[in-house]
Design a protein around this ligand. Structure first.
Ligand code: UDP
Length: 323
């Protein structure tokens, strides 16, 4: 198939593009490089540097590429930042996403795989969280992704655009070539590994008074290659659908730091800080629906294996994608 990957120079998009190309698909990558990196663009892909905010640019890229399907990764994705600058999140994740959908409708492209998030749920009544859980986001990031999921429903009903929303829990790890490199880095696993590399003096633990066994937040870390494989399966989905995507395991912030100490065998200082606004205490996925309907199965079940692949990448690229 010919796949148009929006945000394909970013962390998750780059690994999905790599996997698509490995499987023989043709890939066009559209990215403005605001968060992504030119070096994260697979050389086998056709790269178009462009702005989703500019309807003409996305229109011309889609109409000239004529893809069979779109994968949409381009978004701002930091809970903490969204609590300070909601406008940025609503504008980029909703308004700019609409430009993409309208360009698809104009060009007759009828399939999209959308990067959604467990942040659409907010604090759950019970874990693991399945697709029947109520969506009650507690930060603008989650709200923006939920809004786009709802918009997709109407584009399906009115324009016949079939969608698959994949609600990622916490993406982590690396492929051999592509990994996680954000500026600044705010995600837990790369931040801890930067401390192991001596690139930051310590790692901060945001909140130690949560109602969890060790007082720190629990997340479901899923390997980036398992995530990427879910996208490829989503291309073959019979119709539209929404799927939660995690391993079903939960690791606390302290647990992640311990795993990083073990895998890196380096000293990592941790200091306790207040809670970060917008963080639910515990997010764990039920991925039964995607297993049942699309035949997905995660290969990386243990946090140590995920951390190990991230550590390999960080050792190979200690300065990330910087030359
Ligand atoms: N976290 C932390 N210190 C850090 C970065 C993150 O304690 O330097 C915590 C954060 O508060 C959350 C968890 O680690 O409870 C995962 O955060 P991350 O930003 O990696 O992903 P999110 O769950 O926000 O998407």
């Amino acid at each position: 198939m010919k796949i148009f990957v929006v945000g394909g120079a970013g962390y998750i998009g780059s690994v999905c593009a790599e996997l698509l190309l490995n499987e023989g698909h043709e890939v066009a990558i559209f990215d403005n490089l605001s968060e992504g990196h030119r070096q994260a663009v697979d050389s086998r892909a056709n790269f178009i540097q462009g702005e989703l905010a500019d309807r003409r640019q996305i229109d011309s890229a889609i109409s000239s590429s004529r893809p069979d399907a779109v994968m949409h990764f381009a978004a701002n994705a930091l809970v903490g930042e969204s609590m300070q600058n909601p406008s940025k999140y609503f504008r980029n994740n909703i308004c700019n996403g609409l430009n993409l959908l309208d360009a698809m409708v104009s060009a007759g492209v009828e399939r999209i795989v959308f990067s959604s998030t467990c942040a659409i749920f907010g604090p759950p009544d019970r874990v693991p969280i399945d697709e029947t859980a109520p969506a009650r986001p507690i930060n603008p990031y989650g709200e923006s992704k939920l809004a786009f999921e709802n918009i997709l429903r109407w584009y399906d009903e009115i324009h016949g655009v079939k969608f698959v929303c994949l609600r990622y829990f916490n993406a982590a790890g690396a492929s051999g070539r592509f990994g996680e490199d954000h500026h600044p880095e705010t995600h837990l696993i790369p931040a801890v590994l930067q401390a192991a590399l001596g690139k930051r003096p310590n790692v901060e633990i945001y909140g130690t008074d949560y109602d969890t066994p060790d007082g720190t937040c629990i997340r479901d870390y899923i390997h980036i290659l398992d995530l990427a494989r879910a996208h490829i399966l989503a291309l073959g989905a019979a119709g539209s659908g929404r799927y939660n995507l995690g391993t079903g395991g939960g690791s606390s912030v302290r647990g992640v730091i311990e795993s990083c100490r073990k895998i890196t065998n380096r000293k990592i200082d941790a200091i306790e800080k207040p809670r970060r606004p917008g963080d639910p205490p515990r997010l764990i996925a039920s991925s039964d629906k995607i297993k049942r309907e699309l035949g997905w199965e995660p290969e990386f079940q243990s946090l140590d294996a995920i951390v190990e692949s991230a550590w390999k990448w960080h050792q190979k690229f200690p300065r990330g994608y910087e030359n």
